[in-house]
Ligand binder design. Sequence first.
Ligand code: BGC
Length: 756
Amino acid sequence: MKKLFFSVLIIASIKTQAQQDMKMKSFVGGLMSRMTLEEKIGQLNLVVPGGGTVTGAVVSQDVDEKIRKGNVGGLFGVTGPERLRKIQDIAVKNTRLHIPLIFGLDVIHGYRTVFPIPLGLSASWDMALIENSARIAATEATADGICWAYSPMVDIARDPRWGRIAEGSGEDPYLGSRIASAMVKGYQGSDYSKGNTLMACVKHFALYGAAEGGRDYNSVDMSRIKMYEYYLPPYKAAIDAGVGSIMTSFNDVDAVPATGNKWLLTDLLRKQWGFRGLVVSDYTAVNEMSAHGLGDLQAVSAQALRAGLDMDMVGEGFLTTLKKSLQEGKVTLQQINDACRRVLETKYKLGLFEDPYRYINEARPARDILTPATRAAARDIAARTFVLLKNNRQTLPLKKSGTIALVGPLANSKNNMLGTWAVSGNLNDAVTVLDGMKNVAGNDVKIIYAKGANITNDTALAKNVNVFGPRAEIDAQTPEAMQQEALNAANQADVVVAVLGEASEMSGESASRSDISIPECQQQLLKALVKTGKPVVLVVMNGRPLTLGWEAQHVNAMLDVWFPGVEAGNAIADALFGNYNPSGKITASFPHNVGQIPVFYNHKNTGRPLEGKAFQKFKSDYLDVPNEPLFPFGFGLSYTTFSYSNIKVSNAQPAGNETITASVTLTNTGSYAGEEVVQLYITDPVASVTRSVKDLKGFQKIKLQPGESKEISFRISPEQLKFFNSDLKYIWEPGEFIIQIGTNSEDGEKITINWK
Ligand code: BGC
């Protein structure tokens, strides 16, 4: 009975969907029948007027005039209901067909309430938390007139030199897919036209994170199996979650720039994956196809349209050349119509034809943006992204008594707390670590602050990271004087907390580094602090995995806090004083040194795998560094300890499409309540193609009281055993599988099963 009821419901909803689609098609068709060629091409033009947030090298000119002429489909980088109402007025009141504009923005990790950078958010392994961060961001952005967010960024990255690793979820396709889907749900809700939800835009399609040498915008070349297995799943997951739009990437894919790649944008995206939404280029990516070597602006614009691109961001190649290309037979009217229809359908789905001012409400910013409730959420979320990398003899949590020397160039900085890509954030909203420590410590703690060092003494590097304003200022005091002040503080203290790392703009777009250590002058400070013999807690700020070999050996405790957002200082103090017990786990491996890169957990076995850790001649290893990273994927400690025991499966010899369960007993063996991310990995030791040594296939975040035990189970079916074979078929092959359940990608309980 129940089943029948649900089937009727599903059929009814499919029917309504089909009716809605018909209604949309007939509305858009009717509108297009009245449009001139120029008006159609105008809809494909996405501009950035300047004066607001500019994220690329050029800005659009004469925007008001272009809107009036029907030469603009949408714009981005402008916020605020008052300004956007004026702009929408031009489109709706002063153009021939009154077609509304869509307003986009880079809403990446929060809006004005800035959350931790995405790499940090991913370290929470908490899908509800991540979804909620996107939900709050959507509420705030729509309150400010935005209906289209250029997020989630889901590019898999195995190279921490690449600055944009900060914007994604690390190295794993399964975790990356789960996060992609959570973020789309958070932004779009069940319907993105509600006025407080918005349309998400998954980016950068595709493979942008595999830039050679980690240098931004560099070429990408990889096998199809590697694409399908490791790099494409998160984009696909966002599409399956219903994302409304997708942004192409700057790089080439199979030697054709993504923005003009027909295989990528039409064969894969639309035909294989069934994507029906909007495809927009990245910033001037159409024009950049010329530098890639694909011809002049007319040629590359025609190629991009033919490939399946709908909207041209900033570069105006479509606007200025498509008419000529049509006359010369280089594109067809059908291709222009298809792109225009998809832009108009997007506006229809956003409800803009019904009400062009749906997202424009002057009363909302004061009510919805940066409220006490969103700040409280930001504080809670940030604390849950921190990763405890080391904690010798329980140096942490700190006691709420005694004297603390708080030192480091990031200890009293507002400018670096928000992290990269916080275009709507206000640096002044950020809580410094010093203020946070004072807020949380209580009256029995004395805090002595000293800056101790610059972020870097290298003036050329400082200049490069200060393009959006001061992030790595060089102090008027000499390095020696600063260091001495810090040592004086340390000598008076019971414990030293050193807040060191990168400036916020040392990661992000166009911020690749070839040396990913903590800058030299800060290392010198740390060495001097360690020499005092006082216990040293290192709080690391970073937009990428860093090389922290010396630090990991010599400091007493190490907490990675990424860039935590507006509530940085409060959240850090919550974690340091134990009001929150850290539960994050890293989502990208931390290498010993740059020469090890790429180092990632789901690598291949090779024909000459190293057994054990010691160097062996004629095995796949290095003379001078281990094969394993310094900290593996999935690693993170807690103030308490957890033990894993008693791994078992419901059936060690399953057959066909059976579903089995694999379980372990997890026990909190320490003295604090805490959360553990229990991770499931599967190894397929024999297959028709070479497989990775293991793949993440599931995880659960579990909270346990001291002494408490719980059985944690995962369901496993052949779906989790599937891989892409040489024919790019997604299949599984019977045989032996090793199930590993544990605390990180290297350590866990194992059991072997035989699946027939
Ligand atoms: C970035 C995109 C961003 C776009 C618009 C580009 O430079 O690669 O991620 O969405 O600018 O700001």
